[in-house]
Design a protein around this ligand. Structure first.
Ligand code: HEC
Ligand code: HEC
Length: 216
C-alpha cells in the first residue's frame, strides 16, 4: 500500500495548496481519510454536533486560513473556558442575557445592560474580545454570530459560564505519519456543503471564503 500512496503524498507535498485543491484524486483521498479518522466526532457531513465544531459553516474557532487549519489538525487544540461560578447566579444570568443580545436573540434588556458591564469587569472580554467577536489564538468563540458550540438557550449559556468548558481536538501528526495536512478552498463539495443561506444565487459557492478540509 505504501508503495502506491507514498509517491502520491510526495507529489502532493510538493504542490501548491490551491493546486492540490483542484486535484480530484487528492480530494478523494482526503475524503476517505476524513471518513476514517474524523467523522466519528465531526459527523459524516462534517456538520459537527454539540461540542464538536461544524467544519462547513465558515465559522472558525481557531481560524480558517490554510496554515491555521493545518496546525489544528497536526498539533490538536485544547479549548478552555474557565468556570465563573464565583460571579453568582444573578450576574451570570445578566451575562447570559448580554451574550444572547450579541447574536440578536430575545433577551431581558435590563439584564443585558448589566451583563455588558460584567462582561468587561469579569474579564470575559480578555478572551472573547471587548466586542465579543472572539480570539482565534486561544479558540475563544465569536459570541456575536449566532453560531454555537454548546447551544444558545439561556440555560445552556448559564451552564457554560457557571461550570466552564474544556474541549480537546486530538493531534494527528504523530499518528498519520508522512501525511501532509492540507485544506482547500471552496465550491461546496459533497463533503462540505455550505448551508443554502451562505451560498450565492448560483447555489453552490459560499459567499464568504469557507475552507474545506482534506488530509493527505
Ligand atoms: C475525538 C473527537 C475528534 C476527532 C476524532 C477529530 N476531531 Fe477535530 N475537533 C474536535 C473537537 C472537540 C474540536 C474543538 C476543540 C475546541 O473546542 O477547542 C475540534 C476542532 C477541529 C477543528 C477546528 C475547527 C475550528 O472551528 O477552528 C478542525 C479544523 C478539526 N477539528 C478537524 C478535524 C479533522 C480533519 C479530523 C480528522 C483527522 C478531526 N478533526 C478529528 C474533536 C475531534
Ligand atoms: C481564559 C479565556 C476565557 C475567559 C476569561 C472566558 N471565556 Fe468564554 N470561552 C473561552 C473558550 C476558549 C471557549 C470555548 C471552549 C471550548 O472550546 O470548549 C469559551 C466558550 C464560551 C461560550 C460558549 C459559546 C458557544 O458557542 O457555545 C460562552 C457563552 C462564553 N464562553 C461566554 C463567556 C463569558 C460570559 C465569560 C465571562 C464570564 C467568558 N466566556 C470568559 C474562553 C474564555
Amino acid at each position: 500500500m505504501d508503495a502506491v500512496v507514498n509517491p502520491l503524498y510526495a507529489k502532493y507535498s510538493a504542490m501548491d495548496l490551491q493546486a492540490v485543491a483542484g486535484d480530484k484524486q487528492a480530494m478523494e483521498m482526503g475524503k476517505r481519510l476524513y471518513m476514517t479518522y474524523c467523522m466519528q466526532c465531526h459527523g459524516a457531513d462534517a456538520r459537527g454536533a454539540k461540542g464538536f465544531p461544524n467544519l462547513t459553516d465558515g465559522d472558525w474557532l481557531y481560524g480558517g486560513e490554510p496554515a491555521q487549519i493545518e496546525q489544528t489538525i497536526a498539533d490538536g487544540r485544547m479549548g478552555v473556558m474557565p468556570a465563573h461560578a464565583q460571579l453568582g447566579a444573578d450576574t451570570i444570568k445578566d451575562l447570559a442575557n448580554y451574550v444572547r443580545s450579541l447574536s440578536g436573540l430575545p433577551n431581558d434588556s435590563v439584564r443585558a445592560a448589566k451583563g455588558k458591564e460584567a462582561f468587561a469587569s469579569a474579564g470575559c472580554s480578555g478572551c472573547h474580545g471587548p466586542d465579543g467577536k472572539g480570539m482565534t489564538a486561544i479558540g475563544a468563540p465569536n459570541l456575536t454570530d449566532n453560531v454555537w458550540l454548546y447551544g444558545s438557550s439561556e440555560n445552556t449559556i448559564i451552564e457554560t459560564i457557571t461550570n466552564g468548558r474544556q474541549n480537546k481536538m486530538p493531534a494527528w501528526k504523530e499518528f498519520l505519519v508522512n501525511r501532509r495536512f492540507i485544506c482547500w478552498q471552496p465550491t461546496c463539495s459533497a463533503l462540505a456543503r455550505a448551508p443554502s443561506n451562505q451560498c450565492n444565487g448560483a447555489g453552490n459557492r459560499p459567499v464568504f471564503p469557507s475552507w474545506n478540509i482534506s488530509i493527505i
